[in-house]
Design a protein around this ligand. Sequence first.
Ligand code: ZN
Length: 175
Amino acid sequence: MNNTPEIAQLGAEVLRQPAQAIDNFNSPQFQTLISNMQQLMEQGNGVGIAAPQIGESWQVIIIASRPTARYPKAPEMPATLMVNPQFEILDASLIKDWEGCLSVPGIRALVPRYRKIKVSYQNQQGQACEMVLDDFPARVFQHEFDHLNGMVYLDRVETNTDIVAESEFFKRIAA
Ligand code: ZN
């Protein structure tokens, strides 16, 4: 694993590959991966990050909805590390709302996501956990989960007119 990772940008192969499951929770590489993900997510004012975004093709995500410069209206939740995550749909209503991605700088788009889901995952120690997520945190999870399957949010946009420059987003939409 890299010593000085950077955020993988759209077009990087690692963002288009399925990530591998973690089975060794005690390796120093796993601990380094987690601290690099935390650091880059915070530096980028992200509300979530997936391991492939730092060039590591592993099934590890962090969900950390909170108000940041990039997402001023995001609700506060404790940052949660999820290893080998899966989810089931609790409310199949598809809600369209704005997303961005540290791997797709300068762009925002409207993306349909399930409103409510039940997530199962392993924590940093490998223990099985479950969590029900709705609205924005459910959206963040589904966005990061896609990264583990080689997808980015632009793949889910319904029409190109739902894609805008971030500068316009902050001028007209988030204002
Ligand atoms: Zn992303």
